[in-house]
Design a protein around this ligand. Structure first.
Ligand SMILES: [Fe+2]
Ligand SMILES: [Fe+2]
Length: 203
């Protein structure tokens, strides 16, 4: 798949794509930076399959992990400053970089587009209601070409055939993994599960 480098026209972000890419390069390790470039490309591909704006898909794919390497103190401070649900304090970076990280994307990258921000916000735990763009970022993160886990090819096949079924597939796998490994489940993940999984006839 040849990389698509879009020219931004919609004033969703106050930078060119090249400038935005540089911001991500500065904020992330090399391996995480390559991951967001792959998520961007996968998101653009899924946008094409689902009649979604490719510029939003590019931006949301690039910024979804913007906060991934921030220290815990930054998240704890934001949870308190913005009076977010204190249950968040029982979790860690894996949850915070999406559920809280969107605030850093808004404040530091100057993005105010609610759909892009929600795509960042929901990419780790999902949500009962997700727009096609939000579903695309959730899935692109899961199936980008370097992902390698049992069932990833099935996840790619399902997602390209039916984006919503892909959301259900990932949500079921994630919850199963957490339960099998005796890990805590963030309450939003249960709400996502109830909303998405029972309506599909997954194996
Ligand atoms: Fe992430
Ligand atoms: Fe990611």
């Amino acid at each position: 798949m040849k990389d698509k480098q879009l020219t931004y026209h919609e004033q969703i972000v106050p930078f060119s794509r090249a400038e935005l890419v540089e911001k991500l390069r500065e904020a992330l390790s090399d391996s995480r930076f390559s991951h967001v470039l792959r998520v961007e490309q996968t998101a653009i591909e899924l946008a094409g399959l689902n009649h979604v704006d490719p510029e939003r898909a590019s931006i949301a794919g690039l910024v979804h992990d913007y906060a991934k390497q921030r220290p815990d103190e930054d998240f704890i401070a934001a949870i308190k400053q913005y009076h977010l649900d204190p249950i968040l304090l029982d979790y860690g970076n894996a949850i915070w970089h999406g559920v809280v990280g969107w605030l850093f994307v808004k404040n530091e990258l100057g993005i105010n587009d609610i759909e892009v921000l929600n795509a960042v916000r929901y990419h780790t735990v999902g949500h009962q209601y997700m727009t096609p763009l939000e579903q695309i970022v959730y899935m692109a993160d899961y199936i980008e070409p370097a992902r390698d886990f049992p069932g990833v090819n099935e996840a790619r096949r399902v997602t390209k055939a039916n984006l919503q079924e892909g959301v259900a597939f990932q949500t079921k796998q994630t919850l199963s993994y957490l339960v099998q490994h005796n890990k805590p489940v963030f309450p939003q993940t249960i709400l996502t599960y109830n909303s998405w999984v029972p309506q599909f006839d997954l194996k």
